[in-house]
Design a protein around this ligand. Structure first.
Ligand code: AMP
Length: 403
């Protein structure tokens, strides 16, 4: 069965076409700069990478271009688009309504629209992708997979903020959590690697990419996670600072004369690694500059890993006992220094790295990096959100008897 997985951003479409009979990737790519005169498509099909010239005003045009590439006479991978039976859409915010993948119908679209007030930058392009796919592939089953769904198992004590309770009831202000598909995927892989059922494991999964979040997982269920109402809370990230005193906003507005909008922009786009270092939001640049003696880059790395360590400690307390700690995302999968600093000094919690294994764990291979005498297994697992979206889409289609 051919499953097409798409992830629509405001000006981009990321996609993969799977043959789910063996979970192989037939094609994948990224279309960027939608809306501009020259869009940029990087498509990888059976003849390797191609970058056809193109332009696309919106998601509808963009999807049409991608579908053309999939059936292209030279680099296409299927004969006609009707071979795509299922489309899996990554949707960022599913609010409280969705705790699993669902077939998209008008009610689901309305619910995603309602959640757009909680994710104004993400849900609208997701909806644009859904509309485009429904139009271009009317016979395919359309499935929505929500970034928030995996965290719908959080207990009230974990998701209610200590704020006036009516704000939760009236405005939906609560912790939702994000990166759910990634945390769920690496948890499943960790169970496979440890050779134990997920239902018997307590795991801490750290997704460290441009956005960063960490989750405590008991028996396969998310019980605590660092992102909150929005993806701004929790760990230090590329351009977001994560946890902070909310009074800073009002202090700053009073002292600096910045508008709320300007402060929000600074919190979302000019904070985190970029804000501390003044240099870059990219961990590679931060580490390199630190090696060259840049003090603020060193500080950025120190704050990033210190905050991460505090969360590992807190989530160890939440779980009581931890079987596995997983690093994933661009930084988690590749940065020897981040993993080493985050785990340094945690032998009291049963976490000990094997220095050599940590140093060689780069380049997209899942592996164990804990020392033989570490009570907690420490793992590096490349995330694969698209594959999990593909799997869950197939499950939904099967339940409907459409696959
Ligand atoms: P992601 O959002 O998961 O694609 O991760 C992107 C981030 O991964 C980038 O901002 C980089 O900082 C980080 N990254 C990628 N490769 C490395 C590396 N070799 N060392 C440190 N960080 C890396």
């Amino acid at each position: 069965m051919k499953v097409f997985v798409i992830n629509c951003g405001s000006s981009s479409i990321k996609y993969q076409l799977f043959d789910m009979t063996d979970e192989s990737v037939l094609a994948k790519g990224l279309l960027e700069r939608l809306g501009n005169s020259g869009a940029n498509l990087q498509h990888q099909g059976k003849t390797g990478k191609v970058e056809p010239e193109c332009s696309a005003k919106n998601h509808r045009d963009g999807l049409a271009l991608i579908l053309e590439s999939l059936v292209h006479p030279q680099y296409g991978v299927i004969e006609n688009i009707e071979q795509i039976e299922v489309v899996g859409h990554r949707v960022v915010h599913g609010g409280e309504q969705f705790n699993q993948a669902v077939r998209i119908d008008n009610k689901v679209i309305k619910a995603i629209e309602d959640c757009a007030k909680l994710a104004p930058l993400h849900n609208p392009p997701n909806l644009a992708g859904i509309a485009a796919a429904k139009e271009a592939l009317p016979k395919a089953v359309q499935v929505a997979i929500f970034d928030t769904a995996f965290h719908n198992t959080l207990a009230k004590r974990a998701f209610v903020y200590a704020l006036p309770y009516e704000w939760y009831k009236k405005y939906g202000i609560r912790r939702y959590g994000f990166h759910g598909t990634s945390h769920q995927y690496v948890a499943q892989r960790a169970a496979e690697m440890l050779g134990r059922p997920l239902s018997k494991l307590n795991l801490i999964t750290a997704h460290l990419g441009n956005g960063c979040s960490i989750t405590a997982i008991r028996a396969g269920q998310s019980v605590e996670t660092s992102m909150g109402l929005t993806p701004a809370e929790g760990l230090v990230m590329g351009t977001r600072g994560g946890d902070m005193d909310p009074a800073i906003i009002f202090h700053l507005a009073g002292k600096s004369g910045m508008s709320l909008e300007e402060i929000n922009k600074a919190l979302q786009k000019q904070s985190g690694l970029l804000g501390i270092s003044g240099l870059s939001n990219d961990m590679r640049d931060i580490i390199q500059a630190g090696k060259e003696g840049n003090e603020r880059a060193r500080l950025a790395l120190e704050i990033f890993t210190y905050r991460l360590k505090k969360y590992i400690g807190a989530y160890t307390a939440v779980l009581g006992k931890v079987d596995g700690l997983v690093f994933t995302g661009g930084i988690g999968e590749n940065s020897v220094a981040v993993r080493q600093r985050a785990v340094e000094g945690l032998s009291g919690l049963g976490m000990l790295l094997d220095q050599k294994a940590n140093e060689t764990a780069t380049g997209g291979q899942a592996c164990e990096i804990s020392a033989a005498n570490s009570g907690v297994k420490i793992l590096v697992i490349p995330t694969n959100e698209e594959l999990l979206i593909g799997r869950q889409s197939v499950e939904v289609a099967k339940e409907l008897g459409e696959a």
